[in-house]
Design a protein around this ligand. Structure first.
Ligand SMILES: Cc1cc2nc3c(=O)[nH]c(=O)nc-3n(C[C@H](O)[C@H](O)[C@H](O)COP(=O)(O)OP(=O)(O)OC[C@H]3O[C@@H](n4cnc5c(N)ncnc54)[C@H](O)[C@@H]3O)c2cc1C
Length: 455
């Protein structure tokens, strides 16, 4: 303040001693600068308020904590508030400047691109895994992507490194390491390598195995693309040019989810790589000469194993009659596909509530939400509020303390506290969480480290 009044008094003194012509020149020089400075401050403080509002909204929705996946931590002492990181983030609105300091204003939208870290002029940003409240289990890998269990390799997000480009690159490199390892091993075992998962990491590894004529099999519990296939419709995918085995340099940097999956689908056809879809690895046993991988229908004896199963896990099933029908899914892809239909959503977490809300907003739908408890203790208050409002408005049928008894072609039956309820049904969405891979890794003897905000 003192400095400012000194500046103004100096200016007034300068204008009083200057002749009229000089004073005019000084003012024509200073007025545009002052105006530009005023506009800049106004825009900045407006943005500051918007960022604060976004941060508060995320907090209120229970999404204020940093994600457990790779995310930036910003050292407030070294941050200049220059907003270079804000502009560099490909997801937009993840970082914002509040009171001259950058911070995560929409943490749950961070997917770990790391562009913020690369552009920060003062090195104030570090990338970490896990947070103070929730740790993330990361298997320990050597530089060849091999775990402490010989012959067991891990690539992609399961190893802690997210992003499509990294997963593709790791899948290729891990398979090159598998190739080197199996070169000197016994040949009585029928498979050189079993690859589990056909997301970006597993797909790239499969292409590499195919290129080198290894005896391989790839098992995928769902379809090609992994997590990418579950991105919201039309999501813009940010990636970087990468080398895909057999196919060569892929130059995508910004594309849509649909275009990327279509490209991979064509690459699959062109290369002749073979992937067993809808084939889930159930168990892995270690043997003296490798591993035995079991699925519901087959058993594979292999020298080496590459786990490229990401971190989403395997969707938990209900285990009821009729669950094997195609109308039963474990994730909502597109609410519009349920227009004019009778739909049952099962679960009490955020994904169940969000699925039920979005379907209930589609014209002509009759939505029932079934949950085994009597309250939604695991969901965000905002989602619970929306569910209750939809139920009160008659847009949704809420069945608490209920479980699914049976799923028929045109109906579904719920067990209620007192009796049963048989309803018309065209589709069932089960959001009962996932079975995570960590316990299986521990059983196999893989060393795991839990990260709480470190890399
Ligand atoms: C909302 C969202 C947006 C994102 N946006 C971007 C983006 O714009 N750019 C970017 O680079 N990254 C993005 N990512 C991150 C990116 O999707 C992941 O880092 C990447 O998909 C990891 O690849 P992966 O192959 O390791 O695992 P995944 O893609 O998860 O694939 C794992 C595969 O293994 C299969 N599998 C699991 N268990 C079994 C089993 N028991 N048997 C058989 N198969 C099994 C799964 O079905 C799945 O297909 C985003 C992530 C999310 C959640």
């Amino acid at each position: 303040m003192e400095q400012q009044s000194g500046f103004y008094s100096d200016l007034l003194y300068l204008l009083s001693v200057a002749g009229a012509e000089d004073a005019y020149k000084i003012l024509t020089f200073l007025i545009p600068i002052g105006l530009a400075w005023y506009i800049y401050r106004k825009v900045k403080s407006k943005r500051d308020l918007q960022n604060q509002a976004l941060f508060l909204a995320a907090k209120e929705a229970g999404l204020g904590d940093p994600p457990v996946s790779l995310h930036p931590v910003i050292d407030q002492n070294s941050c200049l508030g220059c907003a270079t990181c804000v502009d560099a983030c490909p997801e937009g609105n993840v970082i914002g400047v509040i009171r001259e300091k950058a911070q995560l204003i929409n943490p749950s939208h961070c997917i770990g691109h790391g562009a913020c870290k690369s552009v920060c002029p003062t090195g104030a940003i570090t990338l970490v895994l896990g947070n103070e409240k929730r740790g993330i289990d990361i298997p320990l890998l050597n530089s060849n992507f091999e775990t402490n269990v010989p012959g067991l390799f891990i690539a992609g997000e399961l190893g802690g490194m997210g992003l499509i480009r990294n997963a593709i690159e790791q899948g290729r490199q891990a398979m090159e390491s598998v190739r080197t390892l199996i070169g000197g091993m016994s040949s009585n075992v029928p498979y050189d390598v079993v690859i589990i998962g056909a997301g970006p990491a597993g797909f790239s590894a499969s292409l590499c195995a195919h290129q080198h004529e290894l005896r391989y099999v790839t098992l995928e519990q769902e379809d090609l693309g992994g997590t990418v296939a579950h991105f919201p419709r039309g999501k813009i995918v940010m990636t970087a040019p990468v080398q895909l085995p057999i196919i060569g340099q892929v130059k995508f940097s910004e594309t849509t989810k649909e275009a990327l999956i279509e490209f991979w689908r064509k690459a699959e056809q062109r290369s002749g790589v073979k992937i067993n879809y809808q084939d889930r690895m159930d168990t892995i046993d270690k043997t003296d000469d490798g591993f035995i991988v079991k699925t519901a229908t087959a058993e594979y004896h292999t020298k080496a194993l590459l786990l490229a199963i990401g971190r989403r896990g395997t969707p938990r099933k209900l285990g009821v009659t009729g669950e094997d029908q195609t109308k039963v899914v474990y994730r909502l892809a597109d609410p519009a596909q349920y227009r004019n239909q009778h739909v049952l959503v099962v679960g009490g977490g955020n994904s169940a509530l969000e699925a039920a809300i979005s379907i209930s907003e589609e014209p002509g739908t009759t939505v029932t939400l079934s949950y085994r408890s009597n309250a939604f203790a695991k969901a965000n208050p905002k989602n619970v509020e929306k569910i209750n409002a939809a139920a009160e408005a008659g847009r949704l049928n809420l069945q608490l303390k209920s479980t699914v008894k049976q799923i028929d072609e045109k109906h579904v039956t719920l067990n209620l506290e007192h009796g049963e309820l048989k309803m018309k049904n065209d589709g069932v969405i089960v959001c009962a969480g996932g079975i995570l891979p960590t316990p299986m890794l521990k059983t196999l003897g893989v060393e795991i480290e839990t990260k709480h905000g470190t890399l």
